[in-house]
Design a protein around this ligand. Structure first.
Ligand SMILES: [Zn+2]
Ligand SMILES: [Zn+2]
Length: 355
C-alpha cells in the first residue's frame, strides 16, 4: 500500500492543489507548478507503511476489513489512522497532505475528476452568507471554530451514459362538442399514436459511498461535467477523498429506471394536442451503456444540533451551490437533478386516423 505525497523540487515542502489557480502550490516557498510539470515529477512514495495493530502482528489484509487502518506519515513519521474508504487525508500532527495511492489503484482508479474550483476561503464566506440569511440556523453554527472544520472532500460517484431506444404506442383522443338547435353533439376522434426514438443520455450520476448522506450527495448536483478531467492523484493533494464502496452492479436497475423515466417523459411530451393519451405499450432497449467512476468536489460542514442529531451542510466545490439538511431545497433533490444532457437523435412520428 503506497502513501503518496508530491514534494516541491525547490524546498521539499508539500505541494497542494490550488483551486483558485488550478495549479499546484508549495505552501512553504510559494512556488507554483502546472499539471504538466507535476506529471514529470516522481511522487514521494512510502510503501508497506501499514501497521497492523489489531492482532498478533501479522500483516492484515486491508481489503478484508472495514476497520481502521494505520499508516505512517511520509513527512513526520507519525501514525495516521484512516477508515476503510479514506483515499486522501491530512496528517493530524504535521498537517501535510497524505494520499493513500493504494486505495485508488486497479479497479478503484477513478476515470475522471472535477477539481475543486472554490477555495476554502471562498467556501467559508459563502457558508457564512448562507447561514446569515437563515433565521432558524442555530447560533453555534456561526462560531469560528465550527466554520474552521469545513473540509474539502472528493466524493465517489458513478456516472452513467446510454442510448435509450424507445418505441411507444397507444391511443389518443380528441373530443369536440357543439350544439345545433336543441341537439348537443359530441365528436370523439380516436388516434393510434406511435413514437419511436433514441435518446442519448449522459451524466446520470449516483452516489457511490454508503456512508455519504444520499440526499446531500445528490443535492449538490448539478456539476458542469464539461469541465471533468482525467483523473490524476495530484488533484487530491490538500483535500480529503473517499473511495467507493458501492459497485455499479447494485446501481444498474436504479440508473436504467431513471433513464427510462426520463426517456418516457421526453417522448410523451411530444404527444400533445389530444384530450387524453393512454400508452399501451413501450419497448425500451439500452444501447452503448457506459459507466465511469468519478470523484466530485464537495465542501462539507457537520453540525451537532441540540437534539443530538448530526446535521450536514454541503456545498458544490465547483459551483458553490449549497445544500443543507435543515433548509433543504426540495427542488434540488429531484430525480435527475438537471444534470442530464439529452438529445433526441431520431424521432419518428406516425399518427393514424382510425375512426
Ligand atoms: Zn517549495
Ligand atoms: Zn505528519
Amino acid at each position: 500500500m503506497a502513501v503518496i505525497s508530491f514534494k516541491c523540487p525547490n524546498c521539499d515542502g508539500e505541494l497542494i492543489f490550488d483551486p483558485a489557480a488550478q495549479q499546484y502550490k508549495c505552501e512553504y516557498c510559494d512556488s507554483t507548478f502546472t499539471q504538466e510539470e507535476l506529471d514529470k515529477m516522481t511522487p514521494e512514495m512510502c510503501t508497506e507503511q501499514k501497521i497492523d495493530d489489531t492482532s498478533d502482528g501479522t500483516q492484515a489484509e486491508e481489503t478484508e476489513t472495514q476497520d481502521a487502518v494505520v499508516y505512517t506519515c511520509p513527512s513526520c513519521g507519525a501514525q495516521i489512522i484512516t477508515d476503510a474508504t479514506t483515499a486522501a487525508t491530512f496528517c493530524y500532527y504535521c498537517h501535510n497532505p497524505v494520499i493513500l495511492g493504494g486505495r485508488l489503484e486497479g479497479d478503484f482508479l477513478p476515470d475522471k475528476v472535477i477539481p475543486f474550483e472554490i477555495t476554502k476561503e471562498a467556501a467559508v464566506k459563502r457558508f457564512l452568507e448562507y447561514v446569515g440569511r437563515k433565521k432558524f440556523v442555530p447560533k453555534a453554527f456561526f462560531s469560528k471554530q465550527q466554520i474552521e472544520t469545513i473540509s474539502g472532500v472528493y466524493f465517489p460517484y458513478w456516472n452513467y451514459q446510454a442510448d435509450v431506444e424507445n418505441v411507444m404506442q397507444g391511443e389518443a383522443k380528441k373530443i369536440r362538442s357543439w350544439t345545433t338547435g336543441d341537439i348537443r353533439y359530441t365528436e370523439t376522434k380516436v388516434y393510434h399514436v406511435k413514437r419511436e426514438g433514441v435518446v442519448s443520455l449522459s451524466n446520470l450520476t449516483e452516489n457511490a459511498l454508503q456512508k455519504a448522506n444520499a440526499d446531500l450527495a445528490r443535492g449538490v448536483m448539478p456539476y458542469d461535467f464539461d469541465k471533468m478531467k482525467d483523473f490524476h492523484m495530484g488533484y487530491l493533494s490538500g483535500f480529503l477523498a473517499e473511495k467507493r464502496d458501492i459497485e455499479k452492479e447494485t446501481l444498474t436497475d436504479k440508473m436504467q429506471n431513471q433513464a427510462k423515466l426520463f426517456t418516457d417523459k421526453m417522448m410523451r411530451s411530444t404527444i400533445s394536442d389530444y384530450n387524453s393519451v393512454s400508452i399501451e405499450d413501450a419497448k425500451i432497449r439500452f444501447r452503448g451503456e457506459n459507466w465511469s467512476y468519478c470523484l466530485l468536489p464537495i465542501w462539507t460542514i457537520t453540525y451537532k444540533g441540540r437534539d443530538g442529531k448530526i446535521y450536514y451542510y454541503s456545498m458544490n466545490g465547483q459551483t458553490g451551490e449549497i445544500c443543507g439538511e435543515l433548509p433543504v431545497d426540495k427542488k434540488k433533490l429531484g430525480l435527475v437533478s438537471g444534470a442530464v444532457s439529452a438529445a433526441i437523435l431520431i424521432l419518428g412520428l406516425i399518427g393514424g386516423f382510425l375512426s
